[in-house]
Design a protein around this ligand. Structure first.
Ligand code: ADP
Ligand code: ASP
Ligand code: MG
Length: 446
């Protein structure tokens, strides 16, 4: 008997039939004797629809009202799922973020969880009910509705698991686990049996949307084991767990890409102290988050070039700001490019293996892909390239680092799952089918 948190993403609750499927799985877990807390997302595409609605009414919607609107998506799913579970003769009760009391700060659309009150959820469990909690939403001390950023139901689930001391946080999505690359893009991508929090954190923040970045950070901080899996099969998915010695043997664990950034270059700025501070001070004042920064060595001793990347939604705004300050810092020209992609390789093994970056650059060069910017950390190398080469680059790197090959040895799984005891670790049949028959989008792109 364990306490299990299960999170079902938007596609899992995308229509009534799928909601019934989820209800059957939840009821089965409950009937196996486990306490179950379920976190659900809004039905597929619902959050996008609500966002579009708001933008039809206001060009720049007020953030408070936007959160009021967006939080409705999850409220519909918890009610529907609760009903579906009750229809199976199992007891269930739904809770909004406010009803649980998922207390957050006041940062609308990107709120941080401050505290979770577990009392009502525990009462429901003690009464033999399944507790169904709305993902993505919270409430401030002033009773204002907040949301946790896109993909935020993952964070709700992990935070609930941490607060309740759950044995595992199961994330049910439309893929069978975390793959060596986005399986939508790379048909030969291989499902990883285990991945470290550090690697998952990098992959998520570099574009692999399978888990929200902040949810991985939270899981790492609170030692919550995550099991990413599919509700289509009983096969074991991927465990996201603390790093161990075996993981360092693998040099590259995964590839991520992000086509949602843009690059700005200020050419010919004065090469003297205070210039970068002025430029990035102005950008920071506008609440724009800067990702990569590259400053060239001065050729003539008096001027240099600075390039940096920002999220594409902030591109126009940042260009305007930079044009404003460029004059003050002796900038000759401000150039922008929003047709870029960032391709990254990630692996804790990079700490102990040399020549990894060189192999990456060689592979890109073989495909005649020009590298516009490079950044590295202990466990990742990222290259900015032209957006049109993104998919080619991901597939090439996937081949170069042999990621499609099966792992050399099987390792025991660290945590047993509640829903399918004894089954974890076997490759799902759907996984094999998927690899053989990539989705239409992937096939088209090839
Ligand atoms: P949910 O709605 O369940 O939260 P998401 O769409 O947020 O699902 O995340 C699942 C998607 O993440 C998959 O459909 C897949 O295309 C994408 N993805 C990107 N990179 C990876 C990866 N390395 N492993 C698995 N899935 C990935
Ligand atoms: N419904 C929210 C979104 O689409 C949260 C989530 O699905 O995790 O971003
Ligand atoms: Mg998601």
């Amino acid at each position: 008997m364990a306490l299990i948190v299960q999170k079902y993403g938007g596609t899992r609750v995308g229509d009534v039939e799928r909601i019934r499927n989820v209800a059957r799985r939840v009821a089965a877990t409950r009937q196996a004797g486990h306490d179950v807390v379920v976190v659900v997302s809004a039905m597929a595409r619902e959050t996008d629809r609500l966002l579009a609605l708001a933008h039809q009414v206001a060009e720049r919607p007020n953030e408070r009202e936007l959160d009021v609107i967006l939080a409705t998506g999850e409220q519909v799913s918890i009610g529907l799922l609760s009903l579906a579970i009750q229809e199976l003769g199992c007891r269930a009760r739904s809770f909004t973020g406010n009803q649980v009391r998922i207390l957050t700060d006041q940062t609308h659309s990107q709120a941080r969880i401050l505290r979770i009150d577990t009392r009502r959820v525990l009462e429901a469990l003690e009464a033999g009910e399944v507790a169904i909690v709305a993902g993505f939403q919270g409430v401030t001390a002033e009773e204002e509705v907040t949301t946790l950023g896109r993909g935020g139901s993952d964070l709700t689930a992990v935070a609930m698991a941490a607060a309740l001391g759950a044995q595992v946080c199961e994330i049910y999505t439309d893929v069978e686990g975390v793959y060596t690359a986005d399986p939508d893009l790379v048909p030969t991508a291989r499902k990883l049996r285990r991945i470290s929090y550090e690697e998952m954190l990098e992959l998520a923040s570099l574009g692999a949307r399978v888990l929200q970045t902040r949810s991985v950070e939270y899981a790492k901080n609170y030692h919550v084991p995550i099991h990413v899996r599919s509700s289509f099969s009983e096969g074991g998915g991927t465990f996201v767990v603390a790093e161990d010695a075996a993981m360092e043997k693998v040099v590259v664990s995964g590839i991520a890409y992000n086509v949602n950034e843009a690059k700005i270059t200020v050419a010919g700025v004065a090469d003297r102290p205070g210039v970068a501070a002025k430029l990035f001070g102005a950008v920071a004042e506008a609440n724009v988050v800067v990702d990569m920064i590259v400053q060239n060595v001065s050729q003539d001793g008096s001027t240099t070039d600075i390039s940096f990347t920002v999220g594409r939604p902030d591109y126009r705004k940042t260009l305007e700001i930079v044009r404003g300050v460029a004059v003050e810092i002796g900038g000759a020209a401000v150039l922008g490019n929003d047709q870029i992609a960032k391709v990254s390789i990630v692996g804790v093994g990079m700490r102990t293996h040399s020549g990894v970056a060189a192999r990456m650059f060689e592979a890109l060069a073989r495909e005649k892909i020009n590298i516009l910017m490079i950044s590295t950390s202990e466990i990742k190398v990222s290259c900015v390239i032209e957006a049109r080469y993104a998919e080619l680059a991901v597939r090439t790197l996937h081949d170069t680092f042999g990621l499609g090959e099966p792992p050399r040895e099987e390792e025991p799984l660290p945590v047993s799952t509640g829903a399918a005891p004894g089954r974890a670790g076997r490759g799902g049949r759907r996984g094999a089918a998927r690899r053989g028959a990539p989705r239409a989008r992937a096939a088209r792109r090839r």
